[in-house]
Design a protein around this ligand. Structure first.
Ligand SMILES: [Zn+2]
Ligand SMILES: [Zn+2]
Ligand SMILES: [Zn+2]
Length: 142
C-alpha cells in the first residue's frame, strides 16, 4: 500500500491501535478477504482479538476510506485496500474467487442512470458474475 498503515491511520484521524494495524495488514496481504479471514489472520498476528473488534475495525477503516468494502449479493462482504480508484470486480459463481478489473471510465459513477430522480449519484457498483478459468477447466467446458 506504499504508506505505512500507522501513518494512514493518523492522517485519517484514527487512533493507531494494534488491532487496527493487524486488520489493515490482514486485508492488504490477501485480496478481497472476508471478515472471517481477516479475523483469523489478525489472531495469528496479535493473538486474542474478538470478532466484534475485527468488525468494528473494518467498519471504521472503511468509513474513513482506508479500506473498501465489496458486498456481493448472497455472499459475505469482502475487504481490500485498493481504494480511491473506481475499479470493479469479477466473481466466479463456483469458487467465489474475486479479481479486480479496471474501470474503463475510471471515475465514479461510471454508469449514469437514465433517470436519477433528483438524486446526486456518486457511485455505480459493478460486479461481473461468471466462471473463472480454473472452474471452467474443471467442468471441461474450456
Ligand atoms: Zn472459480
Ligand atoms: Zn478490488
Ligand atoms: Zn466502471
Amino acid at each position: 500500500m506504499g504508506t505505512e498503515p500507522s501513518a494512514l491511520l493518523r492522517r485519517s484521524g484514527l487512533r493507531v491501535t494494534a488491532q487496527r494495524l493487524a486488520v489493515m495488514r490482514a486485508v492488504s496481504e490477501g485480496s478481497h478477504v472476508s471478515a472471517d479471514v481477516v479475523a483469523e489472520r489478525a489472531r495469528d498476528e496479535i493473538g486474542a482479538i474478538s470478532t466484534q473488534a475485527v468488525y468494528d475495525a473494518l467498519t471504521s477503516l472503511t468509513e474513513h476510506g482506508l479500506l473498501r468494502r465489496i458486498q456481493p449479493a448472497g455472499s459475505p462482504a469482502r475487504y481490500e485496500d485498493r481504494v480511491g480508484d473506481n475499479h470493479h470486480h469479477l466473481i466466479c459463481r463456483t469458487c467465489d474467487r474475486m479479481v479486480d478489473v479496471d474501470c474503463a471510465v475510471g471515475e465514479a459513477p461510471c454508469l449514469t442512470a437514465v433517470k436519477d430522480h433528483g438524486y446526486v449519484v456518486d457511485e455505480a457498483e459493478v460486479i461481473y458474475w461468471g466462471q473463472c478459468p480454473d472452474c471452467l477447466r474443471e467442468k471441461g467446458t474450456a
